[in-house]
Each structure stands twice: as C-alpha cells, then as structure tokens.
Design a protein around this ligand. Structure first.
Ligand SMILES: CC1=C(/C=C/C(C)=C/C=C/C(C)=C/C=C/C=C(C)/C=C/C=C(C)/C=C/C=C(\C)C=O)C(C)(C)CCC1
Length: 502
C-alpha cells in the first residue's frame, strides 16, 4: 500500500493542465478551491497528527473541457515562523511545540503565567469560506486567513475575536439564501460563562458604511446557547441549517478547559484535552431563526460523536437532520501519523463505524403529548421522538447507511428534501469469526437495497456483545466515491452505486 499521508507535498505554483479522462461538458466552468494538510515535517521536526500539517491550498480551474491545477502553501504566521526557525515552533492539534527548544520547566512556568492558553495557530488547513466577495482559509481556532483565489496568495490574518467573542469556531459555516455566512463558535469562560455562539457575517456591507469595509466588521451574534458545563464545553466540527432552523448537537465529546489551561506547562497536546464521556447524553438544540431562540423542548439522544452534518430539512411539522455518527472518539487516534504507515491496516482500529443516521424532531405540540408516545408520524422515516416527562424528548434515529464519511451534497439543496449524498465509503472488514455473518448481515441489506434498520436492534447502538465484537474486528478502509441515492425517497429497491476513485 502506498502511504502518502506524512510526505511533504511540493507546491505547483504555475497552473498545469491536468490529464482529463473522459469528457468534461463545456458548460461546466469555474474554479474548485480545496484545502488540506500538505507538510508534516519541518527541518528535523515532525508533526504527530495528520490534522496538524501545514495548509496547502489547491485550485482546479475548469474551462472549455480542460482543467488547470495549481497549489500553494498558506503563508500563515505559523508557516513563516516554522520555516524561519527550520523546525516546528507553533502548537497544532496533536503537537505541542515551544518557541525555545532549551526551555526548562521554570521558563515554561514563566511562559505559562504570562499566557494561560498560548495564542492558537493560524494554520488554516481545513476549509475555504466565502465571505461577501472574499475568500478565507479556515481552521477551528479564532483565526482565519484571507486568500486570493486566483493566485492562492495569502492575505490578511483575521481574528474572529475582534468581531465576536469566540475562542474557537467551526470551519464548516453555512450560507443563507442571501449569501450571508452563519457560523458557530464557543466562548470559553467569558464573564463567568461558557456558551456556544451562532454568528452572522453579512454578504454585503450597507451602502452608507461601505468604504473599504469588510463584511466581518458587521458580524452580529445571532443567538447564543449556554454550555451545560462551564469548564467542559462540547467539541463540534459542523452544525445543521435549514431556512428556519439551526441544529446544534451538544455532544459528550468535550474540551477540558482546565487541561487546556495547563497543557502548555505539562507539555501535552490539545488533542489530549478532548475526551468522550460515554455516560453522558447528546443534547439536540434547535434554534428557530425567526425568533433567534432555542426551542424550549429538551431533545436528546444517546452518546455519540459527530463530525459531519450532511443535510437537514423540514417535513410536515418535523425537522429531519442527517449526520455521520460514531459511538466513540476513536477516529482521532486513527490519524496519528505513526499509525498511517505501511502497517496502516493493522493499526487502523476504529472501535465504531461511521454511520449515516437520520434524526427527526417534532416542531410543535410536544408539551401536551402523552408520555411514551412517538411524536413522529411521518411515513418517510423510521426515526422516532419519544415523549418523556419534564418536557424531555428522546430521539431515536433511523440508520440510513453504515460506513460512510466526508459527505458532500449539492449545496443548492441544503435545507431541502434531497436525494444524493457524495461521500467516501469506509468498509468494515472484521476478522473472520463465528459472528462474521452478523457483521456481513449489516451490509448485505444495503447492497440489496433494503432498509438496513430491518436487521438491527430497535436501538441502533450495537449490544454490549456486538460492541466487543466490533473492538475485536479489524477495519480495512477502501476509499471510494460513493453516491447514495435513496435517502429522501426510500423505495423498496433503492439504488446505491459506487464508483472507485482512480
Ligand atoms: C489547534 C486547536 C484545535 C484544533 C482543532 C483542529 C485542527 C481540528 C481538526 C478537525 C478535523 C480536520 C476533523 C476532520 C474530520 C474528518 C473525518 C471525520 C474523517 C473520517 C474519515 C474516515 C473514517 C475514513 C478514512 C479512510 C481512510 C484513511 C482510508 O485510507 C482545537 C479547536 C481542538 C482546540 C484549540 C487548538
């Protein structure tokens, strides 16, 4: 197996014409911008985790059936400081670094006293965000970097904290019909409170205030949701968005703020300050965009870890949302570079499989319903919302697909009933044991086009015995571009078709 994960990539500064197999229709014109880690070694030093790598920007210009590719490293302050020192001097998610290699415990302590949490990285390696006419490379700290999409040059460094009180923010914002950006961040122990802040960056600046003003200067807080815990807010990577609602999962995968505040002096990574609390619930917050307030009903579900929301939509008084969910946080382990080597298949032990789950929440009249009743009357889903006492509702998802990640949709269909998800398939291949047929059974119905839920227990989580079986199993991944049709219009013979990546 060719393992290219940790290898430094070369920039392609001048556009190069790509070899096209097949035919690109001439109506397809434009530029695809991508972002991701490209450099994991600086001088003699090496990052620990794949998510740490220095951001490499890519552009694919599609014109008259041809594709022109170029790439350039983001010249972040982090990149410049590392290159100048010829070693890693800025901490990333899975690597704690110190500007001075000779620092002993005393000087570390001094540094600790002068800044409890060191300034976060501006190595914006995760996504690209469009903000008005401008483009930004994004990560999950308080920094974003403006870029020139044509030349991939790095422009201004923007600190979200100048405009809104957030210490971390997602790199997967949403856009409303007018092109305004809606994003979420966490404000940590600010004035004695920790809260999740939904903020809006307008697409345009009002005419009278226009002169050279960036839309960021007009950022406003849309709504904030108090964290259940002051010192351990949830980690989240994305959220759901429809015309009228915002969906935020307060999951039991949490940042430990006390650990973060002492990480620098203890010499441990940010990653080690994240923990999954399997004894906790996942709280589902639904914000009504018309009132800018969260719904009062306490919706919750079983503990899970979600990175990617796929889509959400409203149907007959219900809000449905689809996410890729795990039963633990083992995914982060998988991406340590030490594991991404020739023995990858041996080391790639995920203790849970990414599953596409559909949740449904009732938007009205939950208060008067009988305890124990299912508030979802839709025929299009088997997801349930069970009324409990104290205005609580337990949400039980429908399992749509096992073994899928990195989902994309045609964003024109965001917030609407939809038909297609484009994703990478993650294939589960257990060690042959007596129970292999059970695991196979979970997959076979999908291939035949039946509904996978039919062969799973009523609560989708595997039983204790099955979980042990999963732990014993070995995961082998086959990345495929997977195209799942079925999600919206389930039929008896729904089609799932996979196209292997070249
Ligand atoms: C620096 C600080 C932080 C940083 C956080 C960062 C940089 C978070 C990055 C999160 C990312 C990039 C999340 C990506 C998720 C990707 C997923 C779920 C992919 C799954 C793929 C699978 C299962 C399949 C793989 C198949 C393979 C490998 C086949 O060969 C904070 C915010 C934590 C704290 C402050 C400081």
């Amino acid at each position: 197996m060719d393992v290219g994960f940790g290898r430094n990539k070369k920039e392609q500064l001048e556009p190069v014409r790509a070899r096209v197999t097949g035919k690109i229709p001439t109506w397809l014109q434009g530029m695809l911008l991508r972002n991701g880690p490209g450099m994991h070694t600086v001088g003699e030093t090496r990052y620990n985790h794949w998510f740490d790598g220095l951001a490499l920007l890519h552009s694919f210009t599609i014109r008259d059936g041809e594709v022109y590719y170029r790439s350039k490293y983001l010249r972040s302050d982090t990149y410049n400081a590392n290159v100048e020192a010829n070693r890693i001097v800025v901490s990333e998610f899975g690597t704690m670094a110190y500007p001075d290699p000779c620092k002993n415990i005393f000087s570390k302590a001094f540094s600790y006293l002068s800044h409890t949490i060191p300034d976060f990285t501006d190595n914006c390696l995760i996504n690209i965000m469009k903000c008005g006419e401008d483009f930004y490379a994004t990560t999950e700290t308080n920094y974003i970097r403006k870029i020139n999409p044509q030349t991939l040059e790095t422009l201004e460094k923007v600190d979200y904290r100048k405009y809104v009180a957030v210490n971390v923010a997602t790199s997967h914002p949403h856009y409303d019909a007018a092109g305004n950006v809606l994003n979420m961040g966490t404000s940590i122990v600010d004035k004695g409170k920790t809260k999740y802040v939904i903020f809006k960056i307008p697409a345009t600046v009002p005419e009278d205030r226009k002169k050279g003003k960036s839309p960021l200067k007009h950022t406003e807080v849309f709504c904030s949701i108090p964290s259940r815990s002051l010192l351990s807010p949830s980690y989240y990577h994305s959220f759901g968005f429809t015309e009228n609602y915002i969906i935020f999962l307060e999951q039991p995968f949490k940042l430990d703020i006390l650990k973060m505040a002492t990480a620098y002096i203890r010499g441990v990574t940010w990653a080690s300050c994240l923990a999954f609390h399997r004894e906790d619930k996942t709280y589902i917050h639904i914000v009504d965009q018309r009132t800018r307030k969260p719904m009062p009903t306490k919706f919750y579900t079983d503990p899970m870890v979600v990175f990617h929301h796929v889509n959400a939509y409203e149907e007959d008084g219900c809000l449905l949302f689809d996410v890729v969910a795990y039963e633990d946080s083992s995914l982060y382990q998988l991406f340590y570079l030490a594991n991404l080597n020739q023995d990858f298949e041996e080391h790639s032990r995920l203790t849970s499989v990414p599953v596409l789950r559909r949740f449904a929440v009732p938007l009205h009249a939950a208060q008067d319903a009988e305890v124990g009743s299912n508030l979802i009357k839709l025929t299009s889903t088997t997801a349930r919302a069970l009324k409990e006492k104290d205005n609580q509702v337990y949400c039980q998802p429908e399992l749509l697909y096992e073994g899928l990640e990195l989902p994309r949709i045609n964003y024109a269909h965001n917030g609407k009933r939809y038909r297609y998800v484009f994703a990478a398939e993650v294939q589960w291949s257990p060690i042959p044991t007596k129970r292999q047929s059970c695991a196979t059974m979970w997959w076979t119905p999908r291939i035949k086009g039946n509904r996978p839920t039919q062969c799973l227990p009523s609560r989708i989580s595997p039983s204790q015995a099955e979980r042990v079986e999963l732990k014993l199993g070995r995961l082998i991944f086959f990345v495929k571009i997977l195209f799942v049709e079925h999600l919206l219009y389930p039929r008896d013979n729904a089609k799932c078709c996979a196209v292997t990546c070249p």
